[in-house]
Design a protein around this ligand. Sequence first.
Ligand code: GLN
Length: 499
Amino acid sequence: EYTDQEQMFGHPKGLFYLFFAELWERFSFYGMRALLTLYMVNVIFEALAERDFATAAVYASYGSLVYASTVIGGKISDQILGMRNSIFLGGILMALGHFVLAIENNMAFFLALSLIIVGNGFFKPNISTFVGTLYEKGDPKKDSGFTIFYMGINIGGWVAPLLCGWLAAKYGWHYGFGLAGIGMLTGLIFFWSGIKKNVFGNRGLPPNEEVMDKKIVGIPQGILVPILAVMAVPLIAFLLSSYESVATEGMFAGQNIVNVIFTGIGITVLAYLAYIMYKASLDERKKLFVAVLLTFFMTIFWGFHELSGSVITLFAARNIDLEGIMTAAQTNSLNSMFIIILAIPISMMWTWLSKKKSNPRTPYKFGLGLLFAGISFYVLAISGASANDNGLVPFAYLLLMYFLLSVGELFMSPVGLSKMTDLAPLRFIAFIMGVWFLSSAFAFQIVGFIGKQLAIESTDKNIGGLETLGVYTDGFMLIAKYALGAGLIVLVTSPLIKK
Ligand code: GLN
C-alpha cells in the first residue's frame, strides 16, 4: 500500500494501539466527569445555599484549563518532547490525579483536578495528532481512521459513567474515582505495548535528540519539562481552590483569576497564530485561517454540548423520571452511546455522498451540526409540558435530546479533528491540535456562564421537581434559540468559507 506500516483491517496497525490507549484515557476522563458536578453539589459545596453556583464556577474553570493546557502540551511536544514522551508524561499525571481523587479530602480534590488538567495537556493533543501521522496527507482512509478513533473515545465515554456511577452509588464516590485511575493506567499499558511491538516506526519521537539534552539552568530540557509540569500542579490547585474559600464567604471573586489567565492564553495564542500566518506561505495562510474559523464554530457547539456534565446532569437528577432506569451520573453515558451507534453509519454516509460527488463541505456540516444542537435543546425545553405532578419529565426526552446532540457532534467533531491534521503544516501540528482543543476550553466559559445563570439557590438538599423545572426549561429554550441562530449564520456564510 501507500504506507510503510503493517496493516490491520485496512488501517495501520498503530491505530489500534492508539485506539485502546485513548479509549482508556477517556474512560478515566468521562468516568470522573460523570461524578464531578454531583460530587461538588452534594459533598464539596454541600453546606452552601449557593452550591450550584460554586459548582458551575469550578466546573467551568476545570473544563477551561483541562483543554487550554493542550495548547501548551502541544507546543512542548512539537519542540521538545515529541508525542510519545508527552503521552507518557500526561498519562502518568492523569492517573495520579484520579487516584488522588479517591482520597476523601477537599484539598486532595483540587490537587487532583489540577493533576488531570496538566496531564490532559500533554496527553490529549498528542494522541490525536499521532493518529493523523499514521496516514499520508490526503489519504482517503484518514477520515475513517479518525472515525474509528472517535469510537474508541466514546466506548470509554459510554462504559465509564455506567461503571463509575454504579460504584459511586453503591460503595461511595471514591470507588468511582479510583476506577477511573485504573482505567488510565490500562491506557498507558496499551500505548507502551504498541511501542514495544514497534508498530509506530519512528513516529512520535522528539524532533531531535539534542533538543532533549539541551541544558537550561543546568538541567536537560527533557527533564526540566516534567519538573515544571509537576510544579504547576499546586499552583493551579491553589487557583481552583480559591473558589472554595472565597465561596464560603459568599463572594466569588476567585473565579476572576482563572478568567484573567484564560483570556491571557486566548490573546497570546491568537497573537502567535497571527505571527505564524504572517510567516507562512499564502497557501498555508489560507489553511490556517480555515482551521481558526472551524475552531471558532466548534467553540459554540461545545459551549452547549459540554453542559451535559453540568446543568443537564443536574436537570437529570432533579427533573427526569429515572426511576428504575439509571442514576443521574449514569445519564452521562448516553451521548457516547449514540456516538457509538451512529459514528459508522454517518461516516459511511459521507463516503457514499463523496462517491456521488455531493459530500457537503466541512462548513456546511458545521452549520448543520449547530442546528442539530439547537433542536436537541428545543426537545428538552418543551419536555416541561409532559411533567408529572412531581415535576418529573419522561426519560424519553433526555434520550431524544442526546440522540440529536450526538448527530450534531458527528457532523462536526470527528470531521474537524481529521481536517486539522490536514490543514496544519507538520512542524506545528500538535500546536494546531491544541488550538483545536482550545475550542473546548473557551466553550467551558460559556458552560460556566450558563451554569451560573441556571444555578438554583437553596438550602434544601433534595431540591428538584416543580421548584426547578421551569428554571431549566426556560434556560434550554434560550439555548435552543442561540444554537439555531448560530447554525443558520454558519450555513448562510459557508459558501464564503469554501472560497
Ligand atoms: N468527546 C470528545 C473527546 O473526548 C470531544 C471532546 C471535546 O473536544 N470537547 O475527545
